[in-house]
Design a protein around this ligand. Structure first.
Ligand code: 5AD
Ligand code: SF4
Length: 470
């Protein structure tokens, strides 16, 4: 028999926005099964670690987090390990992580409450990392309580990935690509908006290859954007992650044609060297990538851009690396995420016998170089907002306190300013007066912008541009 309340769960999350989305669903499922959230691990009856395996370091994080639970285990806490490491390792993870009672893969999230209930009764450690067939896969609908909804919400449009980027473990951990039906996506966006969200980020491993709309011309992602753009009460749409090879002119044109598209694009390039891109099996050259960026920038001249960079890929020469540096100079991204190559199990790189041959100190030096250059570029890019009034969607109170609020520009730049918490969820004009390393500070320059009844009117479109006035 179940022991009576209290049943409190603490969830520690690692990894990407897919995992963020999954954690929200776990919280909802456990909530419906009588669980409440614990503020700390010490107060929890159940600890869930949601793991990431994208790089070796990510994988080590869950191992050490699990190791730290030894003492709590002795006090009887249950431990469940989910996410991509769970999927990758399956039952082996029960040996590798002695503190784990339950191991569950991303496809088994709906079963989490049942697995926990069973363990409470029979105390038998269990691993369920079975993968649901593409044809049978059903997306879990979000089911948040009104008070739990953030101003910015994630909405999943796709799971898995059918690409074969040689370095990437995601196709192993998340399986084949499945698109969520268009009506389900739009319904979920509407649901979040009805509960107070004002911005959605559509998430998938390769959103550009979304095929859940059955559109006439096959450009289903463009069609999805168009449909989401019709949701009243929504202010901004973002999406991630895009694959350059599938980024179409029509998707680029959405920045110009759809009033709710935020002027922001994350388009991972990985390397500036065509030779390396080929060895990564990315499916585009440096020049083709730059042409995709041109498409996006010509649709939206003040687009903010971000990307992912891998340094020290197998066989990366000094000349290849110099091309990555020159690409960063040429494009001038607003921000980047950069990583040292990390060999992953069962990836195509291993099958192609691409040995992890760039010495660790060379990788580290290249990463430093990339990051130093990008710091300069980011500073320059943020500087363009100084002295200007820009539209900020207020996300919440800053953790720094002191009456500070925080929010983002359309281009995703974080802005801090003093203001009334009642402004959370509103679009506010902010005069930017300080640019820090990665963020901006400013002050309110006028009343919150009215929520227009016809949000797609030309007036609204103008207002959604990142900079209102100089
Ligand atoms: N090593 C280093 N970085 C990686 N990424 C994915 N796989 C690896 C790996 N094996 C990076 C890519 C990807 C981002 C999510 O993580 O840049 O876009
Ligand atoms: Fe996300 Fe990939 Fe990490 Fe899984 S391995 S959590 S899909 S980044």
């Amino acid at each position: 028999m179940d022991s009576p309340a209290p049943k409190r769960v603490y969830i520690q999350n690692f990894g990407c926005q897919m995992n963020d989305y999954d954690v929200d669903r776990m919280i909802e499922l456990l909530r419906d099964d009588g669980w409440s959230m614990a503020a700390t691990q010490d107060e929890a009856d159940l600890i869930v670690l949601n793991s990431c395996s994208i790089r070796e370091k990510s994988e080590q994080k869950v191992q050490s987090a699990a190791g730290r639970l030894r003492e709590l285990k002795q006090r009887g806490v249950m431990v469940a390990v989910g996410g991509c490491v769970a999927q990758q390792e399956g039952g082996r993870l029960l040996q590798q992580i002695p503190t784990a009672d339950i191991v569950f893969g991303p496809d088994q999230i709906p079963r989490l409450p049942e697995l926990v209930r069973r363990f409470r009764v029979d105390k038998r450690r269990v691993a369920d990392t079975s993968v649901i067939d593409v044809e049978d896969y059903q997306f879990l609908d979000a089911n948040p309580l009104p008070g739990d909804v953030r101003v910015t919400s994630l909405v999943t449009i796709q799971k898995g990935c059918d690409n074969h980027c040689a370095y990437c473990v995601v196709p192993v951990t998340r399986g084949r690509e499945v698109s969520r039906p268009l009506d389900e996506v739009v319904a979920e966006v509407r649901h979040f908006v009805s509960l107070g969200s004002r911005e959605v980020t559509l998430i998938g491993q390769n959103v550009n290859s979304y095929h859940g709309a059955g559109s006439v011309d096959g450009d289903d992602f463009a069609e999805l954007l168009r449909r989401v753009d019709e949701v009243e009460g929504l202010y901004r749409i973002r999406y991630t992650t895009s694959h350059p090879k599938d980024f179409t002119a029509k998707v680029a044109a959405a920045f110009r044609d759809l009033p709710r598209m935020a002027p922001f694009l994350h388009l991972p390039v990985q390397s500036g060297s065509t030779r390396t891109l080929k060895r990564m099996v990315r499916g585009y050259t440096r020049e083709e990538y730059l042409r995709k960026l041109d498409l996006a920038r010509s649709a939206c001249p003040d687009l903010s851009l971000s990307t992912d960079i891998i340094v020290g890929y197998p066989g990366e020469t000094a000349a290849d690396f110099a091309e990555t540096m020159s690409l960063l100079r040429e494009v001038e991204y607003d921000s980047i995420y950069s990583f040292e190559y990390s060999e992953r199990p069962d990836t195509p790189a291993l099958k192609l016998a691409l040995r992890d041959d760039v010495p660790v100190d060379v990788k580290a030096a290249r990463l430093q170089e990339v990051q130093a250059l990008q710091r300069e570029i980011t500073a320059r890019r943020l500087g363009r907002f100084l002295g200007r009034v820009a539209e900020v969607l207020v996300e919440g109170q800053s953790r720094l306190g002191q009456g500070q609020l925080c929010g983002r520009l359309g281009g995703n730049e974080m802005v801090y300013f003093v203001g009334d918490p009642a402004l959370v969820g509103r679009l506010v004009p902010i005069r930017v007066d300080v640019a820090r390393t990665h963020t901006l500070c400013g002050e309110i320059a006028g009343p919150a912008l009215p929520d227009l009844a016809v949000p797609s009117s030309p007036v609204r479109r103008k207002r959604l541009l990142p900079v209102l006035a100089s």
